[in-house]
Design a protein around this ligand. Sequence first.
Ligand SMILES: [Zn+2]
Length: 401
Amino acid sequence: MTKYIVLIGDGMADYPIPVLGGKTPLEVAKTPHMDRIASCRIGLVKTIPEGMEPGSDVANLALLGYDPAIYHTGRGPLEAASMGVPLNADQVAFRMNLVTLSRISENRIIMVSHSAGEITTQEGSAIVADLKKDLERPGIRIYPGVAYRHLLVWENGPENVPTIAPHDVLDQNMAPYLFENDPAPIQALIRSSWPLLEKHPVNIKRKQRGLEQANSIWLWGQGKAPQLPSFSRKFGLTGGVISAVDLLKGIGVYAGLQALAVEGATGYLNSNFKGKVEAALGHLRELDFIFLHVEAPDEAGHRGDIAEKIEAVEVFDARIVGPILEGLQSFDDFRVMVASDHLTPISRKTHTADPTTFAWASKDELNGSSTAGSFTENAARQSNLFFEKGHDLMPSFLGMA
Ligand SMILES: [Zn+2]
């Protein structure tokens, strides 16, 4: 029985960086294990369909074999699934960030921080507990999440109204948006959080310590529950998802895959990589397919930190890909894929829709490979292997297309 495993280094791919001599982090980083896979097969895949928002939700839906143009309904419902919040057919789930706005005047309101200065989970939960009392009403429920990331569910809420991802508008004036088309329901709800947050004890303490305050909620990425055909019905395989990121766990839940929890998985460089490897190889004993996602390179990209991104790529190769390749040898047969779900270029500090890099190999190919490869954007471009529709890569990898 062939076992299948997909290893995602979130946002690894990038553009050439002048201070790196025109090289990319993937070109500079030492990645012997990904290079070995790339020596067998490497290519480009367009995980973000034309006109769709570049992000991990869209990209990983595509990489799991689902056409995002058909199945993507927003980030909110995916996070709801990961948080164990069921949605009925009329409920619209919103990501609710705690953010820091600088309210200079009615006409000048600047988005200072999309994370309220990386507020802690403890502080965030205390604030959300009071927001529940203040803002909940018939048809509107608020669910606490982690740090600045929370959830608001709105019965018959505004589903198709454009919203703004706060990390995409840092340092920009939000006043036109917040007061446009007044009374716009989403903006009205955002503004209704201000009086409580202004005098909230957590914020008063943060102010005394010179930290950013969570002085506003921010609602975005909304949608209703996606209707995904199950992965097992689509491909005839049982499987699981391993990730610290709610989005990925949520996609797994809707696709009927097991969301396999790993203690200490953080999404940062201090994540429990060993635990993720053990969980993947362990569950592959009984499951056919594992989708293992690592967030750290993307976080470094959003911060614009070149050294941290190179380190995150090297850690991904050494502490995830390497041990996985070693552990897979004990299986009769396997196929392993490594991919960057999308680009998070250092120069942009956010995601882009450019085609991204993947490589995969079977057991025989890997063990028979004697040529050197390189898992880089350039090698992928030169390979002439290109999946215009990202969701076509999975059936090809599984040998079903
Ligand atoms: Zn991503």
